[in-house]
Write a protein that binds this ligand. Structure first.
Ligand code: ADP
Ligand code: MG
Length: 447
């Protein structure tokens, strides 16, 4: 056994560090026959052995010969699966990290740490996709396979995809989660074709993967060879109950220049869409992000941003990041004035100020409550709900401050306004009819 230890030490200088950690370190010596000059090496699984044979056999033989001055016949033997120890042994280390018993997981995928379910703000626009992703992460390969998340740019598809990966690994650190962008997949494939390493490519994607997370599949449009390879990969993984989660910026059936047979596969499972978030969700996302960054964000500012940046969460976060950078740089608090100064056009442009009274009037019409009653002292439910809706919409659609809104409605206190806003928030959750009424009013007013 001594011989193998020496060989391993010497191989460290022969092969690249990553290859050493990944491929050589997990190998153990089972037997050496000095008569027949045979050495039996154990490997975690079949594909590992094949890879070694193809790529490192000559290095191993040469090193053995250098050390022992004997030509050894090298045989690889796969460890029995029975105990599953082959999978969970501290074998395949994370690239760049030392091997050790605490790092039992195979290649950690490149997941952004922040993209977890915890940091994903739940809103009606993405609830279905979120719930489905959580279900998939809970029991990968069982339900909803494949799952495809589709939606416009910057709406959280990649975030959810990474969150699935994190959750799978949290529940089972040994799960082999492979995250790739479709771009990376295409480049890997091109590289493998060029260097004649298709087997290695297939091993990596087919044999070493329990959960495949593949981002932006629309990128495969028009790339025939990629589609073909992905089609076979899909079939292999799917038939062995490995989970596949994809994202796309278009409905799978609507991706142009995509092979029919592949499109039909993509529709086998569950398709969940993400829509642009509504106003409240945009505010919640901003507040969540600021909190994560340890920055205090005023409601006023959050609402100002959410009112103007409506279509893309990435842009929303971008605006917040600029404010945070500015605040750090100049040691200032983020205020409405600063926001206007820093973001300028972004929060002015296209902003048609709606007069608060226009909103009150629209609410008065919709609920058939006279303006005088809306602004008066009465507290009957027939009057208070419309009054609170008016406050809520004025808050959302104008720059009016809380005290200003209070003044508009018969000199009410700003805490009354806050309570009104809260009440409407919660009423909206429970009362679908009211929610629709508010949505209709908002549409009408902002058209
Ligand atoms: P996509 O892949 O759909 O283009 P991303 O997943 O890259 O979008 O999201 C863009 C940014 O917006 C990311 O920083 C992400 O964390 C954030 N984001 C999107 N939706 C949400 C959400 N519901 N809650 C929290 N952050 C979100
Ligand atoms: Mg993305």
């Amino acid at each position: 056994m001594d011989l193998w230890d020496k060989t391993v030490t010497a191989l460290r200088d022969v092969v690249k560090p990553y290859d050493f950690m990944h491929w050589i370190r997990p190998v153990n010596c089972e037997a050496i026959d000095d008569q027949t000059h045979e050495i039996v090496l154990t490997v975690p699984d079949d594909s590992h052995g094949r890879w070694l044979e193809e790529h490192f056999l000559s290095d191993i033989q040469k090193t053995l010969r250098d050390i022992s001055e004997t030509d050894y016949d090298v045989r690889f033997r796969c460890l029995p699966e029975a105990t599953d120890a082959s999978k969970s042994s501290p074998a395949r280390p994370t690239p760049g990290r030392p091997a050790g018993p605490s790092r039992a997981a195979p290649d950690q995928p490149d997941l952004v740490a922040r993209y977890t379910f915890d940091t994903f703000v739940d809103g009606p626009n993405s609830r279905f996709a979120l719930t489905a992703s959580q279900a998939v992460a809970e029991s990968p390969g069982v339900r909803y396979n494949p799952m495809c998340i589709y939606g416009g740019v910057g709406l959280g598809k990649t975030h959810l995809l990474h969150a699935v990966g994190h959750a799978v690994l949290a529940a089972n650190p040994e799960a082999r989660v492979l995250y790739v962008t479709s771009e990376r997949f295409v480049n890997d494939l091109i590289g493998a074709i060029r260097t004649n390493e298709m087997d290695a490519f297939r091993t990596r994607y087919r044999d070493r993967c329990d959960v495949l997370l593949i981002d932006d599949i629309q990128f495969m449009a028009g790339k025939d060879r990629t589609q073909e390879e992905f089609f076979h990969l899909f079939n292999t993984l799917h038939s062995s109950h490995k989970q596949i989660v994809m994202t796309s910026d278009a409905l799978p059936q609507a991706i142009p220049n995509m092979e029919e047979r592949l499109k039909s596969r993509l529709q086998w499972g569950l398709i969940a869409d993400i829509k642009p978030p509504g106003f409240e969700t945009r505010v919640a996302i901003l507040k969540g992000k600021a909190e994560a960054d340890g920055v205090y964000l005023d409601d006023e500012v959050a609402m100002l941003l959410a009112r103007h940046i409506t279509r893309n969460v990435r842009e929303l976060e971008g605006a917040l990041m600029r404010l945070e950078a500015n605040a750090r740089l100049f040691g200032q608090r983020i205020t409405v004035e600063m926001t206007q100064a820093v973001l300028g056009d972004l929060v002015e442009q296209g902003h048609r100020q709606i007069a608060p009274d226009t909103i009150a009037k629209a609410v008065s019409n919709a609920f058939q409550v006279p303006m005088a009653a809306l602004k008066g002292p009465r507290r009957h439910r027939q009057v208070t709900v419309p009054r609170q809706v008016a406050m809520f919409l004025i808050r959302e659609l104008t720059d009016a401050s809380l005290p200003q809104i209070g003044t508009l409605f018969g000199g009410r206190d700003h805490t009354t306004v806050i309570n009104a806003l809260k009440r409407i928030e919660s009423l909206r959750e429970a009362d679908l009819e009211l929610r629709e009424q508010i949505d209709r009013l908002r549409l009408e007013l902002t058209r």
